[in-house]
Write a protein that binds this ligand. Structure first.
Ligand SMILES: Nc1ncnc2c1ncn2[C@@H]1O[C@H](COP(=O)(O)OP(=O)(O)OP(=O)(O)O)[C@@H](O)[C@H]1O
Ligand SMILES: [Mg+2]
Length: 265
């Protein structure tokens, strides 16, 4: 993994999120440097996806209330109006989800996805976009790029779809990539390819990454720091080696043990 720069990219200060009257996140404080990979671990329902959605401004507006401060570069994200989010989402902050086959449009080719994504932000010809995409595929070791571009999502394996989705999320070179359980729907070989791809992106473009995962082996391998969430509170937040080798909270120990146990099973 890359060396972290001194420059801070993202800070969350006293972030509270409520769905109706239920508090989901409580006084969350986090800070991410350029080039840093942060792993987020916690039980199902503790608020991990809510945290990522808050950062990229896609919380369910009908139900959610958000308080506190999120600063990205010099932008105060909670003050950004919905119309202006389109210049940030995808362009400055990218996000990938658990199952790319659900997020890619089934009736459009991979080529169309790249063209649309880039043209939303830049006036560039289709041909130039496809050239840039093939160069990116090459850097990310995605073989037979032209065939991939001509495919529909259903013609690709789940693992390949996820790798293409990651390439799509990075085509505009956002400084931050949010990854919500990017490997949990995949077999072990595809998991390892996806993780290699994320590490490569971090190394090639110095992209900061926040990765939510249940797989402790993954965070061990790629994260500089880990935050443990219990019922919406960050209860432990430290460099990866410290969390893995000498966790302070009993909840963290319990979580690490259960995850290690599951991985062995
Ligand atoms: N749109 C919503 N409206 C109301 N409650 C919601 C909404 N989205 C999520 N929640 C609730 O917020 C809590 C946190 O959900 P979240 O999806 O952030 O958890 P998570 O840690 O990502 O869980 P998992 O590991 O299962 O993905 C859960 O109790 C969930 O039911
Ligand atoms: Mg989730």
């Amino acid at each position: 993994m890359n060396n972290i720069e001194h420059k801070t990219l993202l800070t969350l200060q006293n972030l509270d999120v409520f769905y109706k009257h239920q508090q989901i996140l409580s006084k969350v404080n986090l800070s991410l440097k350029q080039g840093e990979i942060l792993g987020i671990i916690g039980e199902s329902g503790c608020g991990k996806s809510t945290l990522l959605k808050s950062i990229i401004g896609i919380l369910d507006k009908q139900n959610a209330t958000i308080q506190g401060k999120i600063t990205y570069q010099d932008l105060d994200l909670l003050q950004i109006k919905s119309d202006n989010w389109s210049t940030i989402r995808g362009n400055k902050i990218g996000m990938i989800f658990q199952n790319a086959q659900d997020t890619l449009c089934p009736i459009r080719t991979i080529k169309d996805h790249f063209i649309e994504t880039v043209q939303q932000h830049h006036k560039i010809s289709k041909q130039e976009i496809l050239q840039q995409t093939l160069i990116l595929f090459d850097k990310l070791n995605l073989k037979n790029g032209q065939d991939i571009l001509n495919s529909y999502p259903f013609e690709l394996s789940g693992g390949m779809c996820q790798r293409v989705e990651i390439a799509l999320s990075i085509i505009l070179k956002p400084a931050l990539l949010l990854a919500d359980e990017p490997t949990s729907a995949l077999d072990t070989i595809s998991q390892s390819q996806v993780i290699k791809e994320l590490l490569l992106i971090n190394q090639l473009f110095n992209t900061s990454i926040i990765i939510v995962t249940h797989n402790i082996n993954i965070v061990k391998k790629i994260a500089h720091n880990i935050a443990i969430i219990e019922q919406g509170h960050i209860i432990e937040y430290a460099p990866t080696s410290q969390i893995i080798n000498s966790p302070k909270k009993s909840y963290t120990k319990k979580l690490l043990n259960s995850v290690l146990y599951l991985n062995r099973g």
